[in-house]
Design a protein around this ligand. Sequence first.
Ligand code: GAR
Length: 206
Amino acid sequence: MSSQAARLVVLVSGSGTNLQAVLDASADEAYGAEVVAVGADRDDIEGLARAGRAGVPSFVEKLSDHPARDAWDRALAARIAEYRPDLVVCAGFMKIIGAPTLAAFPVLNTHPALLPSFPGTHGVRDALAYGVRITGCTVMLADAGVDSGPIVAQEAVPVLDDDDEKTLHERIKTVERSLLVETVGRMAREGWTVTGRSVRLGRSGG
Ligand code: GAR
């Protein structure tokens, strides 16, 4: 792995297929980013097993091990900081990132809906229940809100007549993995600028 590669800490809460896509992409030095650690808010998840198989260090910081949310926020930021990331990537991390991490690192998040529609834990279920014909996925910078940060990239996915939450989510995730890999790679190689809510990839931001 190149010493020039951007250092990524990836946070997961579940199966970690988005993490796996980034791990696979980073095997190519030209990708420009490497996963230096994987963090989780729970034990015994496939995302942590994926880190182990890839030889990437991992850590678990559980909310229930802390007396209050702000203590967990500080502990998570400290665990992340040990790995000196250039970018933190929430890849199916089902917790809001707190102020200590947001103040220290740029944080990217991925969501299975076209924000600002259907934020939160059940983006796919909520889009189906609303009856939209097109949904998709969004890669955005995290802020203090729920899926409310500046949008970096989006891609649309049609809803099929016989979709249920599982089939639709799986089709979204196929698109989402590619979008996340492409976006993280471009951010690592080209940098980015944020002006208000507008994110531009590239050195000049133009
Ligand atoms: C992804 O679809 C991600 O967008 C979603 O969880 C899935 C994780 O899949 N995250 C959220 O809904 C956050 N609001 P994975 O564990 O297989 O990468």
